[in-house]
Design a protein around this ligand. Structure first.
Ligand code: GTP
Ligand code: MG
Length: 353
C-alpha cells in the first residue's frame, strides 16, 4: 500500500502545479474580462435644401457592451472557459448624422456552473448558486454625447461632442464550490460511487481499483417526495493534506454540504481497523478545515457488508459503540432504504434548525 501511495503521489505531482484540474474537470480559473468602449458622439449640422441653419444633429455614441456571468445547471465545471483567458464585449458604434445614435456594443454572457464564486482582487463580486443567477462583472463605457446636447440660446451651432468612455479591464478569479446537500467522503475503492449510483439515477464510473473517481460526481436522490443532491468525492488517503493521492484539493466541494457521509469499507480479517480509517478521514478533514466537522452533521456508512459474517457485524456494532452508522451492501440492496430515510431526515432537520 505504501508503494502504491508513493506511485500515486509521484504521478499526481503534475496535477499539483494546477492543483484543481483534471482533464475533464476544472474548478478554479483566472480570467481577464474587458468591457466594450462607448462610441463617440458626433458633431454634425442639419443640411437640407431650403432649410438654412438647420441646427446641430450629431447622434450620441452607443454604450459599450457589458460582461455578465450567468449560472447554469447545464455545466458542472469551468472546462469550456479555461481555454479562453480573455473575454471581451463589443464596442459601441459612433453617433452619426441626423441624430442617429450609435448601436450599443454586444454584451458578453459567460455561462458558469452553479456554485461559482466570482472575485476580483480579493473582493467577492458574486456567489452564483442557483440556475439563472447573474452578475455583471464589467460595465461597458458610456457612449459620448452628440453636439445637440451642447446647444444653448447663446450657442446654436455647438462644435462640441464628447468621446465615448473606455470599457474596463478586470481580472477575475472564479472558484467552484459545488452545491450539494450531502458529500461522500472515504478511502479510494470504498464503494462511494457504487453507492451514488444505487441511490440516484447517475452513472459514475466504478472500478475495482483506487482513484476511479478523479473529480466530484453529482447525483440527485429522490425519495418520499424529497430531492437531495449528493456529491461523491474522489478518494482521500492518509496525509492527503500533504499531497498524497489526489491530495485534498477537492475538499472545497464539501464545504457547502449540510451532511457528510463517511463511506468505509470493512477490513478483514480485523473489522476493528474501521475505527482507525474513520479517525484518519476525520483528521484529514480537520487539517483542511476544522469547521467541516464541527459545523456539519455526519454519518458513518459501512459498505460491502455482504463480505462480512454475522459475527463480524456484531463486532462492528460493539467497536463503533455510540457512533451512528448504517451497515449496507449495494450488491444485496441491504440498508439502502434506511440510508435514504436517514439522509432525508438529517438534511431537512438541518435546514429547519
Ligand atoms: N462486495 C461488494 N463490492 C462492492 C460494493 N459496492 C461496491 N463494490 C465494489 O468495490 C469496488 C470499488 O467501488 P467504487 O464504487 O468504484 O469505489 P469508490 O469509493 O468510488 O472508489 P474511488 O472512486 O476509486 O475512490 C468496485 O469493484 C465495486 O464493484 C458492495 O456493496 N459489495
Ligand atoms: Mg468513485
Amino acid at each position: 500500500m505504501v508503494f502504491l501511495q508513493v506511485l500515486i503521489h509521484k504521478s499526481m505531482s503534475d496535477v499539483d502545479t494546477c492543483a484543481t484540474s483534471t482533464p475533464n474537470f476544472v474548478d478554479l480559473v483566472e480570467l481577464t474580462v474587458i468591457s466594450g468602449n462607448g462610441g463617440n458622439g458626433k458633431i454634425s449640422f442639419h443640411r437640407e435644401k431650403f432649410v438654412p441653419k438647420g441646427g446641430p444633429d450629431g447622434g450620441d455614441g452607443g454604450d459599450g457592451g457589458d460582461i455578465f456571468l450567468k449560472a447554469t445547471q447545464r455545466i458542472s465545471t469551468f472546462l469550456d472557459i479555461s481555454s479562453k483567458r480573455v473575454i471581451k464585449a463589443g464596442h459601441g458604434d459612433d453617433g452619426s448624422r441626423r441624430r442617429q445614435h450609435g448601436k450599443r456594443g454586444k454584451n458578453s454572457i459567460v455561462d458558469v456552473p452553479c456554485g461559482t464564486i466570482v472575485s476580483s482582487n480579493g473582493h467577492i463580486l458574486g456567489d452564483l448558486t442557483h440556475d439563472g443567477d447573474t452578475v455583471m462583472v464589467a460595465k461597458g463605457g458610456k457612449g459620448g454625447k452628440g453636439n445637440p446636447h451642447f446647444s444653448s440660446s447663446s450657442n446654436q451651432t455647438p462644435r462640441k461632442a464628447t468621446s465615448g468612455k473606455p470599457g474596463i479591464t478586470c481580472q477575475l478569479r472564479l472558484e467552484l464550490k459545488i452545491i450539494a446537500n450531502i458529500g461522500f467522503v472515504g478511502y479510494p475503492n470504498a464503494g462511494k460511487s457504487t453507492l451514488l449510483k444505487t441511490l440516484t439515477q447517475s452513472n459514475p464510473k466504478i472500478g475495482n481499483y483506487p482513484f476511479t473517481t478523479l473529480h466530484p460526481n453529482l447525483g440527485v436522490l429522490k425519495h418520499n417526495n424529497h430531492e437531495l443532491v449528493i456529491a461523491d468525492m474522489p478518494g482521500i488517503l492518509e496525509r492527503a493534506s500533504e499531497g498524497i493521492g489526489l491530495g485534498n484539493q477537492f475538499l472545497r466541494h464539501i464545504s457547502r454540504t449540510a451532511v457528510l457521509v463517511f463511506v468505509i469499507e470493512p477490513t478483514l480479517p480485523d473489522v476493528s481497523d474501521i475505527l482507525s480509517t474513520l479517525n484518519t478521514l476525520k483528521n484529514e478533514l480537520n487539517t483542511y478545515d476544522p469547521t467541516l466537522l464541527s459545523e456539519k452533521k455526519n454519518l458513518v456508512v459501512v459498505s460491502k457488508t455482504d463480505v462480512l459474517s454475522p459475527s463480524d457485524l456484531s463486532t462492528l456494532q460493539t467497536i463503533l459503540g455510540d457512533t451512528s452508522f448504517i451497515p449496507l451492501s449495494c450488491y444485496w440492496n441491504n440498508g439502502i432504504d434506511a440510508l435514504k430515510d436517514t439522509l432525508i431526515k438529517m438534511v431537512y432537520d438541518t435546514n429547519r434548525s
